[in-house]
Structures are given as structure tokens and as C-alpha cells.
Design a protein around this ligand. Structure first.
Ligand code: HAM
Length: 469
């Protein structure tokens, strides 16, 4: 065939010409040596600042925290909702508020190729309120109780307990205004953290209705203006933009001024005060420890009435970061174009609760089985045929809920048994060439070294007997 002819002859012809050509080149015209530029080693990109990898060794805390969140949500009758990570940017500027740090400084916003202004969610509440409206949840039985879990994004200055990608467990009850609901949410937040062995205290305040707050802001601004020269630079800047945030300042010079500042509780209406008193009475009833914090106003604009934060009891100097926070947001759904829908909720910062868990580890028995270390048996094999057969047997055992670890890539029995010891198993199963032929398998007691040969068909039953499963 023509194709074959060309391929068999041409290379030979080429060879001769090449040799002559290269000889000539060596003797007469030395060819300039081409510089071989080594390809530059690719510099591995680092994880983005403020964003962390969560490794299998961290998993024990994450799983425990997630299981706790799920169990508490089930016990209190909350159903899981999962909203998208990306939303229209206007959703957050409208709800969290222009002038807040989260919206003005920390939001990850971008335009997609359709020109839509989008944002990575900096919190859950706004997205959940949006879903409540757009998914018609107002026609369900009220209040609609939901929870969510996942990553959030804030372009904050990274520091201990403050990340640019972090996680929250957010719990929201939409469609009811009742002091008992506020208290129950606080109890849920408090009890879930307490169940992890973390001593916690609730900081609580009421910021009243929107009108109450507006009246208070006028009063507060007047007072702070009169003390302007004593305030920190940050607080001076906040005087016009968001004077309420000055109450949050940790600067000592601001603290001195704030000691004499008017307190919001003195400015809220009689109705708001009564409502708040009932919340506190329920908390007393539930024996939830709380501290009244007149300067607690929270950093998001949608709150009305009850606001609260959770802190570890140990460091009650006010300098530490909150484990979680929440409050009532009766106007949010309406602000987003929905019906009048009172609501309340809270969110725990998972990274912060997990660092508290780590700090309290000595006093707590966080029972968790790392799947990389925990298995019922180790499966060792010897020889090609055994290796081929092994995976099928292992799959069968897993279906019978016997957890098996193995390293089918290893061929030395010694190495495999060493690995079995590292996994801390009491028994190993060994399949060799002989056993493949006989249809048998060896069960080895790792402590005594005793071995028993069983029929492969009876392996599952025998292991269950030994492992008392
Ligand atoms: P938040 O106070 O902004 O409230 O966040 C709640 C918790 O999330 C904080 O107490 C903290 O533990 C954690 N957190 C916030 N920012 C960061 C960060 N940059 N790095 C690590 N952890 C952080 C809210 O997000 C409201 N949506 C809570 C809520 C739900 N209110 C009513 N319903």
C-alpha cells in the first residue's frame, strides 16, 4: 500500500543526508549553539489571603459542629434552606445597608458578562429573606423556620477570627413577632454552643423600632458632636456616616466618651420596652445567662428591637470577638419588596466556635472517629491474583457495614501488616495466592498473631462475630 512504502523508505534516505550534512557542519561551518532556555518553574499560587484550606485533620471539629447544628435545627423544628452563593449586589446594599462596613468596604462585587452587578454573599439573612419572597414562602404556615450553613465572603482585614471566606450556621424564623420566639432563638444559639462544652454568655440589648432608633441617633449624634475632639479619627469619620457604629468602638478614648453617652434603652417606646422585658423574662425562665449591653447595636442595618451576641465567658473584657449574633428584623422582608413579615434569627461563626472548641479541648471529650484512622479491619493481599480478587471482597464487606482499610498498591505483607498496626485494627484479613485457589481467606488476630483460615463465603459472618457487629 502506498502509505506503507513511503514510511519504510523515507527515514533511511533522511538518515544518510543528515549524517553527511552534520559532518560537513562540524568540519567547516560550526552551527551556533542554540541556547536552551529552561522552562521557568511555575510558582505555586498560594491560597487567597484570608481564605483557608480545611484539611482532614480539621474535620473532626467541623463534623461535630455541623452535626450539632443539624441536631439542634431538627430539635427546634427548623428546615434547611440553601440559597445561592451569588446574589444581586443590590440585595445586600438594600438590606444590610449603605454606610455599613459590610456593604461599603467588605463586599466582593463584580459585573458578569451580561452587565449584572452581583455579589458573593456576605451573610445569609438577606438571601433567605429574598427566597422567602421569591419562593412564595409567605403562603406556608407561619413562622417559616429555616437554617443554612455554608461559606460567606467579606473583604475584611484578616486577623485572628476574621477571615475573608468564613462559614456560618444561620437560623431564621420569618412570619412571627413574639418575644417567646426571640428567647427561643437565643436559647438555641446558647444551648448549641454550650453543648460543645464552651462556657458562653449572651450580650443583649434592644434598639426599638425604626422611629425609636432615628430619635436616638439624633440625640446620640448631638452628644457625640459636643465631644468630637475627644473621639478617635475613625469615630469622627463615622459621626456623619453611621454614628451608631461609634458605640461599637473598642478605642479607649471613645470608651471614655461613651460612658456618658445617652443609652438607647432610654429612648425606645413603651411598646418596645415591654417587648424587650418579656424577652428577658423568658430568658430568666430558661436560665440563659445574659448581660445587658446598652452599647450593643450590631453592624447591620436591618435590626429592630432585640439584638444579641454570644461571647465566651472566660474573656468578658469586651475585647474578644463574638461567637455569633442576631436579632429581630421586622422590616427586612418588606424593605425587599415583600409583605409585612416580622422575623428574627441568629448566626454562629463556625471558625470562631471551632477555635473555642480547640481552646476548651482539654475539658471536653470531643468524640469523633477520624475515618482515616478508624476501620474495623485491614485487608492485606499477596500476589497478582489476590490483588485482583481483593477489591470485590472489600466492596462486599463495606456493603455489610464492615469498614475496611487497605493499600492494594503495596505488595509486601510485612509493610501491609505494619500499616494495619498504624490503623489500630484488632484483626486483619489476608488473601494470598493459595487462598485464592482454595476459596479461603485468613483472619489474623493482630495482638496474638494467631491466624484462622475461613471459607471466603463465611468471611462476613465470621468477622461480624469477631467484631461483635
Ligand atoms: P454577623 O454578626 O455579621 O451577623 O455575623 C455573625 C457571626 O459570624 C459573627 O458573630 C462571627 O462569629 C461570624 N463572622 C462574621 N464575620 C466574620 C469574619 N470575617 N470571619 C470569621 N467569622 C465572622 C450576621 O451575619 C447576621 N446575618 C446574623 C443574623 C441572622 N441576624 C439575624 N439572623
Amino acid at each position: 500500500m502506498p502509505a506503507k512504502k513511503t514510511s519504510s523508505k523515507k527515514p533511511a534516505a533522511k538518515k544518510t543526508t543528515k549524517t553527511t550534512a552534520s559532518k560537513k557542519a562540524v568540519t567547516k561551518k560550526p552551527v551556533a549553539k542554540k541556547k536552551v532556555t529552561k522552562p521557568k518553574k511555575f510558582v505555586t499560587p498560594q491560597a487567597v489571603r484570608g481564605m483557608k484550606d480545611l484539611l482532614p485533620r480539621d474535620e473532626q471539629y467541623w463534623r461535630l459542629m455541623y452535626n450539632t447544628a443539624q441536631q439542634f435545627a431538627d430539635a427546634y423544628g427548623y428546615g434547611r434552606i440553601q440559597t445561592p452563593v451569588v446574589e444581586e449586589a443590590v440585595l445586600f446594599s438594600r438590606s444590610i445597608g449603605e454606610g455599613t462596613d459590610v456593604v461599603d468596604k467588605e463586599m466582593y462585587t463584580f459585573n458578569n458578562s451580561d452587565g449584572d452587578a452581583l455579589a458573593l454573599r456576605p451573610e445569609f439573612t438577606a438571601g433567605i429573606a429574598r427566597a422567602y419572597i421569591t419562593c412564595g414562602m409567605h403562603s406556608e404556615s407561619q413562622p417559616v423556620k429555616v437554617w443554612s450553613w455554608g461559606p460567606l465572603f467579606r473583604h475584611d482585614r484578616p486577623q485572628a477570627g476574621r477571615y475573608r471566606q468564613f462559614h456560618q450556621w444561620s437560623v431564621e424564623a420569618l412570619g412571627a413577632r413574639d418575644a417567646v420566639l426571640d428567647a427561643e432563638l437565643i436559647a438555641m444559639a446558647y444551648n448549641s454552643v454550650a453543648s460543645l462544652g464552651i462556657d458562653t454568655v449572651v450580650h443583649i440589648n434592644s434598639i426599638g423600632s425604626l422611629e425609636d432608633r432615628d430619635r436616638y441617633i439624633i440625640e446620640l449624634t448631638g452628644f457625640l458632636r459636643s465631644k468630637r475632639s475627644y473621639l478617635s479619627e475613625t469615630s469622627k469619620a463615622r459621626l456623619t456616616k453611621n454614628p451608631l457604629r461609634i458605640l461599637d468602638s473598642k478605642e479607649e478614648q471613645d470608651q471614655v466618651v461613651l460612658e456618658e453617652a445617652p443609652q438607647i434603652l432610654d429612648w425606645i417606646s413603651e411598646d418596645a420596652r415591654k417587648y424587650f422585658m418579656s424577652v428577658l423574662e423568658y430568658l430568666d425562665e430558661l436560665e440563659i445567662p445574659y448581660i445587658l449591653k446598652p452599647t450593643l447595636v450590631r453592624g447591620l442595618d436591618y435590626y429592630t428591637d432585640t439584638v444579641f451576641e454570644l461571647y465566651e465567658t472566660e474573656k468578658e473584657d469586651g475585647s474578644q470577638t463574638a461567637l455569633g449574633g442576631g436579632g429581630r428584623y421586622d422590616l427586612l422582608v418588606q424593605q425587599l419588596g415583600g409583605r409585612e413579615t416580622p422575623a428574627a434569627g441568629f448566626a454562629l461563626g463556625i471558625e470562631r466556635v471551632i477555635s473555642a472548641m480547640r481552646r476548651n479541648e482539654q475539658d471536653n471529650d470531643y468524640v469523633y472517629a477520624d475515618p482515616r484512622l478508624q476501620s474495623d479491619i485491614y485487608f492485606a493481599q499477596l500476589g497478582v491474583q489476590a490483588r485482583r480478587k481483593a477489591l470485590g471482597i472489600i466492596e462486599g464487606l463495606r456493603k455489610a457495614e464492615i469498614y475496611v482499610h487497605h493499600n492494594l498498591g503495596k505488595s509486601s505483607l510485612k509493610q501491609q501488616l505494619e500499616q494495619a498496626n498504624k490503623h489500630g485494627v484488632t484483626h486483619s484479613v489476608i488473601l494470598g495466592q493459595q487462598e485464592v485457589q482454595d476459596g479461603t481467606i485468613i483472619i489474623r488476630d493482630m495482638e496474638s498473631g494467631n491466624q484462622e483460615i475461613v471459607d471466603q463465603k463465611k468471611l462476613e459472618k465470621e468477622l461480624k462475630r469477631i467484631l461483635k457487629k
